[in-house]
Design a protein around this ligand. Structure first.
Ligand code: NAG
Ligand code: NAG
Ligand code: NAG
Ligand code: NAG
Length: 447
């Protein structure tokens, strides 16, 4: 003992050092164990879900966990407010909650509120003023708000015989795919390029398996005139074009970006009346390129599966909705952006939706969308509106990696083989459509 006290500092150091090191090691191990035990994976926002076609539930991804619309009333946002009243109008349970009893009959909504969200009105009566302060929002948004209760517009050009058979055969034709393309009066070149390439009406062969299907193409147009900016009068040219091709649908509303949702609604109505036999619908823009043959292959596969299922389960409807799916998106709050949505109009996140370029869905789903759309207030961005309607049906769109909203890498765009797994690319000019179409003709032998 005495000897040890006399030890010099060096010896002390050599004695203590191993002890200290062991101590540190113990602390390290304890901390590691602790961290491992208490670790929970952090929530990573998912931007894309990709259930693809192999998801066991068939074509549809799982049901979203919570509704995107808030159940409680947000007085500061117009859309939320209107939707709130509409929800209560259609849902007796929500209504019962406020009064405390479920058995109370559904009270009628105050007419002004209901009308503001939903009514069929003639186009000339659409300047309904709203209690909403429209002075602090951009002009386009103001126009939208003023007419968002209007959903019925007169048809200027119709194609009642689009899905009727030839004189030789009676009855209705069964197009495998009806392509509904959003266009504008002035885009003659885009429409012609589409007719000559991927949107050709008639029988189209599939790519991999030789089966194909009948394809019909229609173009969805609004009115383009002095109210949408300075436009030359193209009415006569449009009439000529329509005489030649008989594939134009035009309605009497102002063709503007925020009015695009109307094209979906009015097209669905047209579909129900004039082409209820189409099996699948492609809805897209006139500046995309679609590999129609490959799309038909994909759809035939679904159709065959559906027929098999139907034989066993008697299930008649097929819920298919595919595209480039975007989840967890928030409204754009930058007033200079094209997609700007002010907070005074809408609060909350967007539902999962399929964005950009084009989507494909089944006719039976389209018929359900018509119904449910009467329960969802119009929203100025068409893709988001479709997402809202799907959510209302308890469905969410399926992601398909072949829908390229953001195009291929620049270096691959000229290489035909790079398009092998592509169904749709955005965006292509009429000239590029023609070039690409010819390049892709003998793809199967080359790639
Ligand atoms: C029903 O009312 C209760 C309280 O009155 C409220 O907490 C609840 O959020 C309401 N539910 C719905 C669906 O509005
Ligand atoms: C009508 O039938 C003829 C001959 O079968 C065919 O060439 C033509 O494309 C058909 N028309 C339509 C609109 O399908
Ligand atoms: C949509 O069309 C209607 C009818 O033409 C028009 O009153 C309204 O201003 C248009 N909305 C927008 C945002 O252009
Ligand atoms: C299945 O089909 C048969 C014959 O068409 C029909 O009688 C029966 O009601 C159907 N069953 C269901 C569950 O729909």
């Amino acid at each position: 003992m005495g000897k040890c006290c006399k030890c010099n500092g060096r010896l002390l150091c050599m004695c203590l050092l191993p002890c200290m090191m062991t101590g540190h090691l113990l602390i390290y191990i304890m901390v590691t164990i602790f961290v491992t035990i208490s670790y929970t994976p952090s929530k990573i926002p998912i931007h894309y879900i990709a259930p693809g076609i192999s998801a066991n539930s068939g074509a549809l991804a799982s049901h979203p966990l919570s509704p995107f619309w808030k159940l409680h009333l947000d007085h500061s946002s117009l859309w939320n407010q209107l939707q709130h009243s509409l929800d209560r109008h259609y849902n007796p349970i929500l209504q019962g909650n406020t009064s405390g009893t479920l058995r109370k009959p559904i009270a009628k909504l105050p007419t002004p509120i209901r009308d503001e969200c939903l009514s069929g009105c003639a186009s000339h009566k659409c300047s309904k003023p709203s209690q909403y302060d429209v002075n602090n929002i951009p002009e386009q948004m103001r126009l939208f708000v003023r007419s968002m209760h209007c959903r019925s517009y007169r048809m200027l050009i119709n194609q009642p015989n689009m899905c009727k058979r030839n004189k030789t055969k009676s009855g209705l034709d069964y197009p495998m795919l009806l392509m509904a393309i959003k266009s504008q009066v002035g885009n003659f070149e885009n429409r012609q390029a589409i007719r000559e390439t991927w949107g050709r009406s008639g029988f189209v062969k599939g790519e991999a398996n030789k089966k194909g299907g009948f394809v019909r193409t229609v173009f969805l147009l609004g009115r383009q005139d002095s109210s949408t900016g300075p436009h030359p009068d193209l009415k006569n040219f449009l009439d000529l074009e329509n005489q030649k091709h008989r594939d134009i649908l035009q309605w009497d509303f102002r063709d503007s970006f925020y009015n695009l949702t109307l094209k979906d609604l009015l097209f669905w109505r047209w579909l129900k009346q004039y082409c209820p036999t189409a099996i699948f619908i492609f809805k897209g823009d006139d500046d995309v390129f679609v590999r129609t043959g490959a799309l038909l292959d994909y759809l035939s596969k679904h159709w065959e599966e559906h027929k098999l299922r139907r034989a066993i389960t008697n299930e008649t409807h097929m819920d298919l909705f595919v595209g480039d799916v975007i989840s967890n998106a928030m409204p754009n709050r930058d007033p200079s952006a094209k997609y700007y949505i002010p907070e005074s109009f809408y609060r909350g996140a967007y539902p999962t939706y399929a964005g950009g370029g084009g989507v494909v869905y089944s006719r039976s789903l389209a018929l359900r969308l018509i119904e449910v759309s009467t329960k969802v207030c119009l929203f100025p961005i068409d893709d988001v509106y479709l997402g809202m309607c799907l959510e209302r049906l308890g469905l969410s769109p399926s992601h398909h990696p072949g829908f390229l909203t953001f195009d291929l890498p620049e270096t691959d765009r000229g290489n035909p083989c790079a398009y092998k797994s592509v169904l749709l690319v955005h965006r292509r000019s009429p000239k590029e459509m023609l070039t690409l179409w010819h390049k892709l003709q003998d793809m199967n032998s080359k790639c």
